[in-house]
Design a protein around this ligand. Structure first.
Ligand code: DLL
Length: 433
């Protein structure tokens, strides 16, 4: 049986969603014009006023916001309400430049937690469930967002945060946790530990996982599902827009429904900034239409993906986004060819490797080099040089047909790459150091 948290809106006819979006967008543009001088200036520069925005069809007239704007306006320059009306901040883990600090009123938190509650119920969750939240708590939005959603659903919530893998396993077993929320790379690590400790899928009480915050492949989904004996669902979001729950997967497990009563999604060509027709691949842009404190309009996420509005078997009507290929800034340009780490992951997992890999990029004598370092699984591990060479050769060939370029493959012993408890670091680009 399909479960919904707010069925009426989750399954509303498209016309109804559009009506809500039109109404909220008009109001939001006025709110920003009146209260965010930074964005008002951008609108004035583009020669657009709130009177020009009568429906979603006029969205394209509005200026974009980018990460650079967020840095320039750091920390409070994009606030839409007096700071005394805000009740919380969260922040990105940005390693370059200034972090993004996002502000929330109580109303903003409430809507965000509703989105997370929708995501939990879309996996079949209910107040019968024990929901273990192994995303980090603190400035990162993962822990707090799903914690709030889990409360709204009425699950018994285990706010364990990330890390301490042995304790995670103890709680899952002792409290009979049924839903696990964490990054996919941490879920893969937990699967590995369960296996090493001799637990098979039938010994593990979990039935669903809600995994997001980083790109992960279908192959990784299958591996985690098999080892833990669960259904693994994707969840997407970003700090600037609230956190997890901007979009989430349903029982169809083939793309994430965007919560369109709160966010309007567009796909643009990242070079020309032109809006692309539905079904095209490009950069995802979001307008948050009912956030008070941090009202993002046409925010460029830099995530590359596609949108589709096909009828979904779950009954939800909100548009779906495909798994993002990665961020446009994760895209590597190797000898002029565009390479996404997720493509490399697909080749590795299709060849029976686990997602324990790292990509090292360098420039040697003016030529880009790409070295894929991947652990052999304990079953593959051998000191037979011929066998290792065969394996390397096979991966070089498969990478060539996936990426169109020749890469170097280094096969490592099991456990040589550090495991991740949050977002995994997949790429080391020495060209930037
Ligand atoms: O990662 C929010 C989140 C927490 C989402 C927990 C899901 C679960 P940030 O740290 O601001 O927020 O990072 C946002 O992470 O622009 C994407 O590039 C990436 N990302 C998030 N979810 C996914 C996903 C959180 N399901 C950035 N697949 C986004 C691929 C994702 N990438």
């Amino acid at each position: 049986m399909e479960r919904y948290y707010q069925q009426e809106i989750e399954c509303a006819p498209y016309e109804k969603i559009r009506e809500i979006q039109n109404e909220k967008l008009i109001k939001q543009v006025k709110h920003v014009w009146d209260n965010v001088p930074y964005y008002r200036k951008k609108m004035e520069e583009k020669g657009v006023t709130p009177d020009d925005i009568k429906s979603v069809d006029d969205l394209h007239k509005l200026p974009f916001l980018s990460k650079k704007d967020l840095r320039d306006a750091y920390p409070t320059g994009l606030l839409g309400v007096p700071q005394k009306d805000c009740v919380r901040i969260h922040s990105t883990s940005g390693t370059t430049g200034k972090r993004v600090v996002a502000f929330y009123t109580q109303h903003d938190i409430d809507l965000w937690e509703d989105c997370c509650a929708r995501a939990i119920m879309a996996t079949g969750g209910s107040n019968e469930d024990v929901c273990q939240i192994a995303y980090g708590f603190g400035l990162f939005t993962g822990g707090a967002g799903l914690n709030g959603g889990s409360h709204k659903v009425g699950c018994l919530t285990v706010p364990i945060s990330s890390g301490n893998t042995e304790r995670q396993i103890m709680f899952i077993q002792d409290l009979q946790a049924t839903i696990l929320c964490c990054t996919p790379s941490y879920a893969a690590y937990l699967s590995e530990r369960f296996k090493e400790l001799g637990y098979g899928p039938d010994d593990i009480p979990l039935k669903a996982g809600i995994f997001g915050a980083e790109a992960w492949s279908e192959e990784m989904r299958h591996d985690i599902e098999k080892t833990l004996g669960i259904k693994a669902y994707d969840i997407y979001g970003l700090t600037e827009l609230s956190g997890p729950g901007v979009a989430y997967e349903c029982s169809a497990q083939n793309g994430m429904h965007i919560n369109e009563d709160h966010f309007i999604a567009e796909i643009i060509d990242p070079e020309t900034e032109e809006v692309l027709p539905e079904g095209s691949q490009g950069e995802l842009v979001f307008t948050a239409i009912d956030k008070e404190a941090f009202p993002m309009i046409r925010y460029r996420t830099r995530d590359i993906c596609k949108l589709t509005r096909e009828k979904c078997s779950c009954g939800r009507t909100h548009v779906k986004m495909a798994k993002p290929m990665g961020r446009s800034d994760d895209m590597l340009i190797i000898r002029g060819v565009n390479v996404f780490p997720s493509q490399i992951e697909t080749v590795l997992l299709n060849n029976g490797y686990a997602a324990n890999y790292q990509i090292v990029v360098d420039r040697v004598s003016n030529t880009d080099t790409l070295d894929v370092q991947v652990e052999m699984t304990p079953e593959m591990f051998t000191d037979n040089v011929g066998e290792i060479e065969e394996r390397q050769k096979k991966l070089v060939e498969d990478m060539k047909s996936m990426l169109g370029i020749k890469v170097k493959i280094s096969l490592l012993a099991p456990k040589s790459i550090a495991r991740s408890e949050g977002k995994a670091v997949r790429v080391i680009d020495k060209r930037k150091i």
